[in-house]
Design a protein around this ligand. Structure first.
Ligand SMILES: Cc1cc2nc3c(=O)[nH]c(=O)nc-3n(C[C@H](O)[C@H](O)[C@H](O)COP(=O)(O)OP(=O)(O)OC[C@H]3O[C@@H](n4cnc5c(N)ncnc54)[C@H](O)[C@@H]3O)c2cc1C
Length: 429
């Protein structure tokens, strides 16, 4: 008996398997449902549907239009559209009358769970610890051995928290990740004039600050590296970067230009929503009127470089852009310091067959496929991992359906979905 026959007895084989069931791979599975042989089967390490749990608090909203759901930009008639979700759950009228500019994050998380349930192809509680290649197929290994084989795999593993070097490797009581703040606060008594520090000047940092204000904290320090707590640029011209036509232009640029453009475009993706900033400034202003003191002290232009704990108090040292250091202390420190790509669980043997760039990252082509030795027969694709290669739309939800459509077209080697983006008034090249 050959090795492959033995494996076939034990684990199922899929034409296309996805690792991770976040919006990226759910979108792919939704668009591939009727066209990919056997559909796209997803392996997800979580025990059930969830999308950034812990960051779905009251007032948090999507920074992307709901029209940019899992499918609509490529296939508006797909049964897994947000509109169909709204109609079939019977909430469409209530939703419209609530007059949201952007939908609550909680609603988006529920939409993803609904789509996942309808797909029925997500294997929850299935962490893939390693992908190997043997006998002409990918072997997906879980903690207890092989769980499946596949002809093609798509990595949609998302991101994980990026912890500043001074916190890495040390356990300090009272230091929590942003997504743990809710559960942490539920376990500690609220002492309004106790100091709390939030590190990170982006949207998540701003939301943590607001959360603390709303829970009665009255001595909050908000530390950010930029020279101001910068709003997201949502102007029409900035949104031109999130169009398929621009994406194609961007992918053809030399690497050095792409690097510069990504750096310059950061605030079209990573800034704070204007509404969140306004609510925060107004909360500070009104607290001053009522209590004679503003609860939030904003400390931009500072990088936290040292952290230690003494007698239950956390001491932080910050380097200032204009020179010198300053010390801040608190009993609660929240890390909202960004996210970085999750590592690809690829076996060392398979890794050796991949083409990598100067930084050791796999080379990702315009169809999101990874360049590797046997890609003619068995392909690997990767979503949300290549900012410099594919622009800032890659880590975002904006072109989710478009990226999935490109991958489906590439997998099936024909144009299943046409991507039309005409009436472009900005001339890129
Ligand atoms: C709070 C928050 C709000 C955001 N809001 C927006 C927004 O409004 N608009 C926007 O454009 N972008 C937004 N983003 C950025 C981005 O669009 C989201 O992070 C989005 O979820 C990325 O989708 P994804 O599928 O690539 O990754 P994820 O949503 O992170 O999904 C990856 C999945 O892979 C699973 N996984 C990881 N490793 C393994 C493994 N080894 N085996 C099996 N499963 C694994 C994870 O459990 C996870 O469920 C937001 C990000 C955050 C943190």
């Amino acid at each position: 008996m050959r090795t492959s026959d033995r494996r076939e007895d034990v684990v199922p084989h899929h034409h296309v398997a996805g690792l991770g069931a976040g919006p990226a791979n759910l979108s792919l599975a939704a668009l591939g449902e009727d066209v990919v042989p056997g559909g796209v089967v997803l392996f997800e390490r979580r025990e059930g549907p969830a999308w950034h749990p812990g960051l779905l608090g009251s007032g948090t909203q999507l920074q992307t239009s709901w029209i940019k759901d899992l499918v609509s930009l490529a296939d508006p008639r797909n049964r897994l559209s947000f509109l169909n979700y709204m109609v079939t759950t019977g909430r469409i009228y209530a939703f419209l009358n609530a007059q949201y500019e952007s939908i609550p994050r909680l609603e988006y998380a529920r939409y993803l769970a609904w789509a996942s349930g309808r797909l029925g192809s997500v294997r929850y509680g299935s962490e893939i610890t390693e992908v190997d290649f043997a006998d002409g197929r990918f072997v997906l290994q879980g903690p207890e051995g092989p769980v499946a084989t596949a002809t093609h795999v798509v990595f949609g593993l998302g991101t994980r928290a990026d912890v500043p070097a001074c916190f890495a490797g040390q356990q300090i009581d009272g230091v929590v990740q942003a997504e743990q703040l809710e559960s942490h606060l539920a376990t500690v008594p609220s002492v309004p004039y106790e100091q709390a520090i939030v590190i990170g000047g982006g949207q998540t940092g701003a939301e943590c600050v607001l959360n603390l204000v709303q829970r009665g904290f009255r001595d909050i320090r908000w530390i950010g590296r930029r020279q101001w707590f910068a709003p997201m640029d949502e102007s029409p011209s900035a949104n031109d970067f999130y169009r398929p036509t621009y994406l194609r232009f961007f992918q053809g640029l030399p690497e050095s230009v792409r690097e510069r453009y990504v750096a310059e475009q950061t605030l079209t993706s990573d800034g704070v929503s204007m509404t969140t900033l306004q609510v925060l400034y107004q909360a500070n202003y009104e607290a001053f009127l009522r209590e004679g003191r503003s609860p939030v002290m904003m400390l931009p232009g500072r990088s936290v470089v040292e952290a230690s704990q003494r007698h239950g108090t956390i001491a932080l040292w910050c380097e200032r852009d204009w020179g010198g250091r300053e010390r801040h202390s608190a009993r609660t420190v929240v890390l909202a310091t960004g996210r970085k790509a999750s590592p690809l669980p690829i076996s060392p043997r398979l890794l050796g067959l991949l083409e990598t760039d100067s930084s050791g990252e796999p080379v990702v082509d315009a169809d999101y496929s990874i360049r590797w030795k046997f890609s003619e027969h068995c392909r690997m694709y990767v979503q949300n991992r290549s900012r410099v290669g594919h622009g800032l739309a890659d880590p975002n939800l904006s072109l989710l359906a478009v990226r999935s459509a490109v991958i489906v077209n590439s997998l099936l080697e024909r144009q299943v979905f046409a991507i039309r983006d005409e009436q472009m008034n900005t001339v890129w090249a």
